[in-house]
Design a protein. Structure first.
Length: 575
């Protein structure tokens, strides 16, 4: 069987990646509270990632403004009455439609003795999460070695993610592909279909690899899809080249190199789809990950996208009892004038330099919070203290420090048992209810927690507006979603896919991310903004004027998006 073009020998390696950190990095997945824009997060305490020399580095921490110096207690007569704690429910999608089974197979994990993890099982989990956009789809995950004859023929669709190079693939799977089973093949090992490729109108050409900055700049870093050029993160990468017979196939997306040469990236042949690289590595808001996320509907035969509208979500971030009311008041003035739905994350109890700040002691900010509720703002609980108060020393400042993950040590917090974590969530909720404010959903501080704690959050909040961390086979990394999904933790995750205004990632970058989503089947543009950016005495490079904030909103609207209340979002149903 001819696997490579004449004269080319296959590279000698054990997995489908060249460097260990390529397998475990999912850049720009976490950026809550002014976090990283382009720096890939570490995966665990033992497998820290190393960014490429010269790669853009953005600090996870933001410069937290000093507590407002002119706080005045609220007049008790202005306090709203406490609210009863009612059980929360998520909007239910009608699921009378029949259940659909989708199977996802991935490369068998490398031996535990291997110095690297291939990431296949993690990337399969990411795909499973994206398939969670459908309320009636059941997803099965297995290593490819466990494939049973006929499984793909009895599924709505079967996916295979090849991350271990030249791994043995069961003959039964290859036979079912050749028999016309609805299969999507992602990444490596396509050549193992042998003569079956010819029957699909495809032929395997070569593997393009890029390791050095010069090679990366020259290779296939751009993917063209639906009139938008998506860009891969500048890291070591590879791309498989196939030739596709135009009379028998459809090329839905193309990869382009610096010289302007194009090769098929996403190609369809009847029931068969091929994706030329692994789109779950190094994901960013304008990355070809969106091509994969959007194409799932096409692969599954979903024709309902024609009824979708472009939706946007605006979230005001880190509303704290230590804040200057000016920032929130200014943003609410714009929101009230434009008459758009919005949400806001609220920190129940704040600590700065070890000093506690209470909501009732800052009447100006509390009245603005009440105003936000009156304007229809969806209140989101944002941790309990949004710092390490009661968990470790130093405890850091609220809004800047983590709460459910020891970021400095990159490990779980020793004092934070599941019971303690649930107690923190419930204590914060009671504080807000006691103020007459009802939080309806959750955002994890800095989007990061010990992965065993996400099911704990579910006990209080069955939905969350955020990006999330996942951990499988020694790989810990994050994922964002371009639409609502029910993820592997069972949470209805509402999308945040544009990021936030911060140094190094300003309004133009946020708007470009909105543009990258605009032509997708059911597009969302979800962002968050910190109110302190519009305060008159703030002078940082990410400062916004009132006019800037207004323009950011209207520029998103000009792209065809309509702002919506995130609490009304539901999953889709696969016909």
């Amino acid at each position: 069987m001819k696997r490579f073009s004449a004269g080319r020998r296959p590279p000698v390696r054990r997995s489908a990646v060249w460097l260990g950190f390529l397998t475990v990095t999912l850049g720009l997945t976490l950026s809550a509270c002014g976090g990283s824009g382009d720096t890939p997060p570490a995966t665990s305490a033992d497998t820290r990632v190393t960014p490429l020399p010269g790669a853009v580095q953005l600090d996870w921490h933001r410069q937290v403004p000093l507590p407002f110096a002119h706080r005045q207690p609220i007049d008790p007569a202005q306090l709203l009455p406490p609210l009863a704690d009612l059980a929360l429910e998520t909007p239910e999608t009608l699921t009378n439609a029949p259940r659909r089974t989708v199977r996802v197979y991935y490369s068998d994990p490398l031996p535990a003795s291997s110095p690297y993890r291939d990431g296949g099982s993690f990337h399969a989990l990411m795909l499973r999460n994206l398939l969670g956009q459908y309320a009636n789809v059941d997803v099965e995950l297995r290593p490819i070695s466990q494939y049973q004859a006929g499984a793909a023929l009895s599924s709505r669709r079967t996916f295979y993610i090849g991350t271990v190079y030249d791994e043995p693939i069961p003959a039964a799977f290859l036979d079912d592909v050749k028999a016309g089973a609805p299969v999507t093949w992602i990444g490596d090992n396509l050549w193992e279909l042998g003569s079956g490729l010819e029957g699909l109108g495809l032929s395997y050409r070569k593997l393009h690899t890029a390791l050095t900055p010069e090679q990366i700049a020259a290779t296939f870093t751009t993917v063209e899809y639906k009139n938008y050029a998506y860009h891969k993160y500048p890291a070591p990468m590879e791309m498989n080249e196939v030739a596709a017979d135009p009379a028998r196939t459809r090329t839905l997306a193309t990869a382009r190199d610096a010289a302007g040469d194009r090769i098929p990236y996403l190609v369809q042949s009847g029931n068969f789809y091929y994706v030329a690289d692994n789109p779950f590595q190094y994901i960013t808001p304008t990355d070809r990950y969106l091509v994969m996320a959007d194409s799932l509907g096409t692969m599954l035969g979903d024709t309902s996208a024609a009824t979708c509208r472009k939706r946007a979500i605006l979230r005001l971030e880190d509303i704290s009892p230590a804040d200057n009311p000016e920032g929130l008041r200014t943003m609410l003035d714009v929101i009230q004038d434009l008459r758009i739905p919005f949400a806001l994350t609220v920190i129940p109890e704040a600590y700065y330099q070890g000093v506690k700040y209470d909501w009732k002691a800052n009447g100006g900010e509390l009245l603005q919070l009440y105003r936000a509720v009156e304007l229809g703002g969806a209140v989101i609980q944002h941790g309990y203290t949004h710092n390490y108060h009661g968990l470790k020393t130093p405890e850091g400042d609220s809004g800047d420090a983590w709460e459910f993950w020891d970021k400095e040590a990159e490990r779980p917090l020793a004092a934070l048992t599941p019971e303690a974590a649930e107690s923190r969530v419930r204590t914060g909720r009671q504080i807000l209810l006691g103020l007459g404010v009802r939080p309806q959903t959750w955002t994890t501080p800095h989007y990061e927690a010990d992965t065993t704690l996400y099911p704990v959050f579910n006990r209080v909040y069955p939905s969350a507006l955020e990006r999330r961390m996942y951990q499988v086979d020694g790989v810990r990394a994050g994922q964002f979603f371009p639409y609502p999904v029910r993820d592997a933790y069972g949470t209805l995750v509402l999308p945040e896919n544009l990021g936030n205004i911060q140094e190094g990632y300003l309004a133009d970058a946020v708007l470009e991310a909105a543009e990258a989503n605009r032509n997708l089947a059911c597009p969302y543009a979800s962002l968050f903004v910190h109110p302190y950016l519009v305060e008159s005495d703030y002078t940082g490079p990410d400062r916004l004027s009132k006019a800037d904030f207004r323009k950011l909103i209207t520029d998103i609207q000009a792209k065809g998006y309509t702002f919506v209340n995130p609490l009304n979002l539901t999953l889709r149903v696969l016909p």
